[in-house]
Design a protein around this ligand. Structure first.
Ligand SMILES: *[C@@H]1O[C@H](CO)[C@@H](O)[C@H](O)[C@H]1NC(C)=O
Ligand SMILES: *[C@@H]1O[C@H](CO)[C@@H](O)[C@H](O)[C@H]1NC(C)=O
Ligand SMILES: *[C@@H]1O[C@H](CO)[C@@H](O)[C@H](O)[C@H]1NC(C)=O
Ligand SMILES: *[C@@H]1O[C@H](CO)[C@@H](O)[C@H](O)[C@H]1NC(C)=O
Ligand SMILES: *[C@@H]1O[C@H](CO)[C@@H](O)[C@H](O)[C@H]1NC(C)=O
Ligand SMILES: *[C@@H]1O[C@H](CO)[C@@H](O)[C@H](O)[C@H]1NC(C)=O
Ligand SMILES: *[C@@H]1O[C@H](CO)[C@@H](O)[C@H](O)[C@H]1NC(C)=O
Ligand SMILES: *[C@@H]1O[C@H](CO)[C@@H](O)[C@H](O)[C@H]1NC(C)=O
Ligand SMILES: *[C@@H]1O[C@H](CO)[C@@H](O)[C@H](O)[C@H]1NC(C)=O
Ligand SMILES: *[C@@H]1O[C@H](CO)[C@@H](O)[C@H](O)[C@H]1NC(C)=O
Length: 546
């Protein structure tokens, strides 16, 4: 039964058409298996599945502003899927699975804006290979999500998309930079979504939206066709509501394999080629595993912003121990996220990477051809705490003498991390993604995050939800808190197994209460137009200032 019909102003009138949606599909917290069971049992159609997600987007996106654009072809593709199912031709692990892409993944059927007004007309001629892999696996690209402009910070505000709002506390940011995907997946706007991560950007929104995410080992998944920042630090990945769906997303994205357009993929060992990671979700045990707890990645000052994080981590450590795992504190002072951050190479690599991207996926000249041109346009948003970063990046190059020293420092850090693992026989190390709760809208930066260690060393990380802060007036069920599980290179399978056991020990994830009701599924004649920044949420940051 449908309870409410809270529809956005852009809803089209209900028109009876062929293939009118069923009454049956409930997209809240929907899983890949759930969608498949509903379709394959004949309970629902692919068109109904897609319509039900679009109906949720129309109802709830005006509150959280997570979507930049919907795919105008989504329903036509769904009809093709229904025709395939009718003729017994069902192929692909993602058959009819609605997926949202962070709007820095190139798509041939939707513009790729990275949230920047000056890239509104960027229409790549071909999909990123990861997007091709999704389509080949049967996924329906439902639309593109907002992000922190050009993925450069963690507040998820952009000149084109406005401010995305945390679904659990509308006064807070959704983390970032993949905050549009985080908020959208938390509110069940699709089954899962993609993000990118240069320092924290997949893990911060996973943490802030009670989701699971993976950041793969450097080189496992091609980054070509994704708006870049840093050759050394960029990674692509996914955010999902459960470990199994995350494993399927990883399987599909990593199926791209070696890609001459991203030479880091030449590092993939044969043991990581063509792996079906969904197998890793089953079997195994936490008993006998050894975890390092990174003491330097906490803020032990008592406050309502930090104590809930420390408390949730302590609870997880107790659970791991009760399941037979060993948790040992890592006390080495090198594990200090602020100090490690001094090795960050984004400023050296950003301009060269962007210039290469703007040149390579050329689309006929309706967008800037260099990064300097983009920032000369006055159609961009940079938050004040990043003025110096961007101004430096515009002048910097990997040819500068400071760069090799940073690379050496990163190599040294990577060796140190390897030694910490081997000396303690660790299976993984754990720490909170963020020392404090995700920050309020309007804050100067997304402070307290610990993502830099994996970003520099190229280590794989899974993020898992571990708790909520105490409920408040603004946060009826509390603010989500997430933990990172970092492993040695190419240990994605092991990390998925660990995450799966942790999720089994304690079911943490909950729907945001503002969007936990059902909505009436509309019978759409065509995909409605979703405008970014629907409430025109005023940005506290000026446009075009640097
Ligand atoms: C639901 O959709 C399926 C597949 O399109 C169709 O066979 C079935 O009759 C529909 N059921 C209802 C109640 O509309
Ligand atoms: C089944 O679908 C696949 C993938 O879309 C397509 O390549 C193939 O030609 C189809 N086979 C038949 C028999 O229709
Ligand atoms: C997408 O890009 C094309 C080509 O530059 C442009 O004509 C069109 O207006 C853009 N679409 C949107 C929605 O901005
Ligand atoms: C890939 O190319 C970059 C230069 O663009 C170079 O620095 C790096 O060493 C190469 N990596 C591999 C794995 O070949
Ligand atoms: C630790 O948390 C406190 C309380 O929220 C905050 O005032 C302080 O700035 C934080 N310390 C660091 C180093 O971030
Ligand atoms: C923490 O306390 C500050 C000031 O006392 C308040 O503004 C804020 O909303 C509180 N946060 C939570 C999560 O209770
Ligand atoms: C870190 O310190 C704690 C408490 O002092 C100790 O129990 C633990 O063994 C130390 N960790 C390592 C890896 O030596
Ligand atoms: C971490 O590193 C920063 C920057 O080097 C330093 O200011 C801070 O004191 C260090 N924190 C601890 C706990 O050592
Ligand atoms: C390498 O790392 C170790 C341990 O973190 C540190 O003591 C040393 O100074 C570093 N060496 C260089 C050359 O950066
Ligand atoms: C929705 O949220 C409200 C408020 O937190 C809660 O009372 C209710 O039980 C939730 N409903 C569902 C289905 O989770």
């Amino acid at each position: 039964m449908k309870l409410s019909a809270t529809l956005g102003a852009l809803a089209l009138p209900i028109i009876a058409i062929a293939g009118t949606p069923n009454e049956s599909f409930d997209s809240r917290e929907a899983t890949i298996d759930g969608v498949h069971n509903a379709i394959f049992s004949g309970l629902t159609s692919c068109r109904d599945v897609v319509s039900s997600f679009i109906s949720r987007i129309e109802a709830f996106n005006p509150t959280i502003n997570a979507i930049i654009t919907l795919n105008p072809n989504a329903l036509t593709i769904a009809d093709d899927m229904d025709a395939k199912f009718a003729s017994g031709n069902v192929t692909g692990s993602l058959f009819c699975i609605p997926v949202l892409l962070k709007d820095n993944y190139d798509t041939e059927d939707m513009n790729t804006t990275a949230g920047c007004l000056d890239l509104a007309g960027n229409s790549p001629l071909i999909d990123a290979l990861t997007v091709t892999a999704f389509k080949k696996a049967g996924a329906i690209i439902l639309g593109k999500t907002n992000l922190h402009e050009l993925a450069l910070e963690g507040l998820s505000v952009s000149s084109l998309g406005g401010q995305t709002v945390n679904p659990y506390d509308h006064t807070r940011t959704p983390g970032g930079s993949s905050g549009g995907t985080g908020a959208a997946i938390a509110a069940s706007f699709a089954v899962f979504g993609t993000g990118t991560d240069t320092v924290n950007s997949l893990r911060s929104p996973a943490s802030a939206n009670s989701l699971f995410s993976f950041r793969p080992t450097r080189g496992l998944i091609s980054r070509a066709g994704v708006v870049p920042i840093s050759y050394t630090q960029d990674a692509v990945g996914a955010l999902a509501r459960n470990v199994k769906d995350l494993a399927v997303a990883l399987t599909v994205m990593s199926s791209v394999g070696y890609d001459p357009n991203d030479n880091a993929t030449s590092l993939i060992p044969s043991s990581s080629v063509g792996v079906d990671y969904s197998e890793d979700v089953y079997g195994g045990t936490l008993k006998g595993l050894r975890f390092g707890l990174v003491e330097g990645f906490f803020n032990r000052t008592e406050s309502n912003e930090t104590t809930p994080v420390t408390t949730s981590m302590a609870e997880i450590v107790l659970l791991l121990r009760s399941a037979g795992a060993t948790v040992v504190s890592i006390n080495e002072t090198v594990y200090n996220a602020t100090a490690i951050g001094l090795l960050d190479v984004q400023t050296s690599e950003f301009r060269e990477q962007m210039d290469k991207y703007l040149k390579m996926s050329s689309d006929g000249g309706t967008r800037p051809s260099t990064l300097n041109e983009l920032y000369g346009s006055s159609k961009f948003l940079v938050i004040p705490s990043q003025y110096s970063f961007v101004n430096t990046a515009l002048k910097s190059s990997t040819g500068y003498s400071t760069y090799p020293a940073l690379r050496l420092g990163i190599q040294n850090l990577t060796t140190t991390l390897g030694t910490t693992f081997s000396a303690n026989k660790f299976d993984a190390i754990i720490y909170p993604e963020q020392k404090n709760l995700v920050v309020k809208i309007g804050s100067p930066s997304q402070s307290g995050r610990n993502g830099i260690l994996a970003a520099l060393t190229g280590s794989p990380v899974l993020t898992v939800p571990i708790g909520f802060s105490p409920p408040t007036g603004d946060a009826p069920i509390g603010i989500p808190i997430g933990m990172e599980i970092l492993g040695l290179p190419w240990s994605e399978g092991k990390l998925l197994n660990i995450a799966s056991h942790i999720a089994g020990l304690k079911h943490v994830r909950r729907m945001p209460s503002f969007a936990n009701g059902t909505v009436e599924v509309m019978a759409y004649a065509s995909v409605p137009t979703i405008l970014p920044n629907p409430r025109n949420i005023p940005s506290v940051y000026p446009i075009g200032t640097l």
